[in-house]
Write a protein that binds this ligand. Structure first.
Ligand code: ZN
Length: 387
């Protein structure tokens, strides 16, 4: 159901991750969130970091806020996006000997390529027994942010499709059995989060758009069914998003010349309210196909700013992209975001901040043209400039 974007045409948000404040020097270090929050230094630094990043987003004028993925450790190439789950899901253990990746890309296998450093340090887990929720504690993580602000806070988390792809299965009969066991475990976790009142749950990256020819060893139909198991029943309780992009380790694209076209019919079968697409990267080249491929019961969230470049888009650029999207998608079904997250090793907090300001300023230009209510942007308010 629509909650956070209900009655809000052109609602704005960002994907999830933000650069860490430099003074946030502690981390979970693979412990449970609830245990770490019992530590004086971690609790203070974590809460202040989330508060600061929520404050940045409010000054930029975003409608739906995120906690910046501050639960993730400072590791190589954003390992924690997977690793937060690797390290906490029940039934998973650590590898003794580094296994070969099941589906390595050529870049990952090439020493000297930045993506090789990512795969070299990822250390996938072993599935040793029945998979359960373990200590994911998404509800506590969301509450720790939502109790700091009145605005809706979206919580995003990696789909288990990537966890299964990297894990070495020594327990289940097949990859499919492993995938569905993990999807069931996460479904329980998400229901607790929805019952607690989380206004948007965002599941990040089904494998579907990377699996055009079934090259990941699981059929598209199975991936659709598994994703719908992961989110089963959630739309009756809250707003459910599916985030898609073309990769973000060290802010790198992990496919060359990617296209959504072949996967749209499968993405449209996902049991979600909103699907996000990476569109700033190619200047909206696939707006028409995306609009034609996604059914009207779903909203379409486009990327208005790019997470892989330091050049901050001008509000005029953002507005121009939104106007072109509006040629295919009505305002009530259009949501504006970043292509993917801004953290943790791609850009500075300053770059991320001004990209957020531009995103909202550009959206306001279009809102004005459509007669929609604009969002105040404190960061751009002339009254508070020193000059
Ligand atoms: Zn992404």
């Amino acid at each position: 159901m629509f909650v956070a974007t209900k009655d809000r045409p052109l609602a704005t948000t960002i994907t999830g991750s933000l650069p860490r404040p430099q003074w946030f020097t502690t981390g979970l270090d693979r412990r449970a969130f609830s245990i770490s929050m019992g530590g004086r230094v971690f609790r203070e630094q974590y809460t202040d970091a989330v508060q600061s990043l929520l404050g940045d987003q409010k000054r930029a004028g975003l409608d739906i806020l995120v906690d910046g993925d501050m639960r993730f450790d400072l590791d190589i190439g954003g390992r924690s996006w997977f690793g937060y789950i690797f390290d906490r899901l029940e039934g998973l253990g650590s590898v003794d000997v580094r296994p070969q990746p099941q589906y390595p890309s050529p870049r990952e296998q090439t020493p000297g390529d930045i993506l090789h450093e990512v795969s070299e340090t990822r250390m996938p887990p072993v599935v040793e027994g029945p998979v359960g929720r373990g200590r994911l504690e998404y509800t506590d993580v969301w509450k720790a942010a939502q109790r700091l602000v009145a605005e809706p806070v979206k919580l995003g988390c990696c789909s288990v499709q990537w966890i299964e792809m990297y894990a070495q299965n020594k327990h289940y009969k097949s990859r499919e059995d492993t995938l569905f066991a993990m999807s069931e475990a996460l479904n329980q976790e998400h229901h607790q989060l929805a019952d607690a009142g989380c206004p948007v749950i965002q599941i990040e990256e089904p494998a579907i758009h990377f699996n055009d020819n079934g090259n990941l060893g699981i059929s598209q139909d199975t991936y659709v069914e598994a994703f719908n198991t992961e989110v089963r029943g959630l739309r009756d309780k809250t707003e459910v998003w599916c985030h898609t992009c073309w990769g973000n380790p060290f802010a790198q694209k992990i496919e060359v010349g990617p296209s959504y076209k072949a996967s749209l019919e499968y993405l449209d079968r996902l049991d979600v309210d909103v699907i996000t697409f990476e569109t700033a990267a190619n200047n909206g080249a696939e707006f028409a196909e995306i609009a034609a491929g996604i059914s009207s019961d779903k909203k379409i969230c486009i990327g208005g700013v790019y997470h892989r470049t330091l050049e901050v888009e001008r509000p005029e650029d953002v507005a121009s992209l939104i106007r072109r999207a509006l040629e295919h998608i009505e305002p009530g079904r259009l949501v504006i975001s970043s292509d993917c997250g801004f953290g943790r090793q791609g850009m500075s907090r300053t770059h991320a901040f001004y990209k957020m300001v531009s995103l909202v300023a550009g959206t306001n230009m279009v809102r004005r043209e459509l007669g929609l209510e604009e969002t105040p942007i404190l960061a751009a308010d002339k009254r508070y400039s020193f000059m």
